[in-house]
Design a protein around this ligand. Sequence first.
Ligand SMILES: Cc1cc2nc3c(=O)[nH]c(=O)nc-3n(C[C@H](O)[C@H](O)[C@H](O)COP(=O)(O)O)c2cc1C
Length: 182
Amino acid sequence: MPEPVSEQKTLYVVVCAAGPASEVGTLVGLAQNRGWTVQVMATPAAVSFIDVEALEKQTSRPVRSQHRAPGDPRSPKADAIIIAPATFNTINKLANGIADNYVLDVVNEAIGLGVPTVVLPFVNSAYASRAPFRESIKKLRDEDVPVLIGPGSFVPHEAGSGSSAFDAFPWQLALDQVEERL
Ligand SMILES: Cc1cc2nc3c(=O)[nH]c(=O)nc-3n(C[C@H](O)[C@H](O)[C@H](O)COP(=O)(O)O)c2cc1C
């Protein structure tokens, strides 16, 4: 297991609108136990999948899903980013440089800045078999952004059986990978 994060660093946990989003507090807790300050970011679609109030209590920070209003405090700068669960939609958009919501704005720029970023998808095998998705994974890996899909990481489930795959979702693997890249 990697050493605990020595000084207080900020991890952005970016959550998309897929089943395990409701359990993202698990990743937040694991990261906090390793010494991270956690800033949760949610896609607009993910907001209804998560318990915003509970996550704000857990992190002592507002969950961000849209651009700041003038005068609102800035989020701390990210030292690392985990996108989990990452949807088919967000993976394809990120790989192609689309920034049509707040979190995509933030992550597209962060990758360009060299901020270590790890993508942990949650997609079924039908989505995973699509040629555009396979190309997106390749594009992200070519930019040094690991996409944790395949044997030993996230293995796509059959369409319609997603909820049985929640328990095995490898949150910790994303944390291990991002810490290796610091
Ligand atoms: C109940 C429900 C479960 C969903 N589960 C998934 C999923 O596991 N993986 C996925 O890629 N999309 C899933 N979707 C579809 C995404 O929510 C949809 O593509 C959405 O536009 C994604 O937005 P985002 O990528 O901005 O979070 C689900 C949708 C619903 C309503």
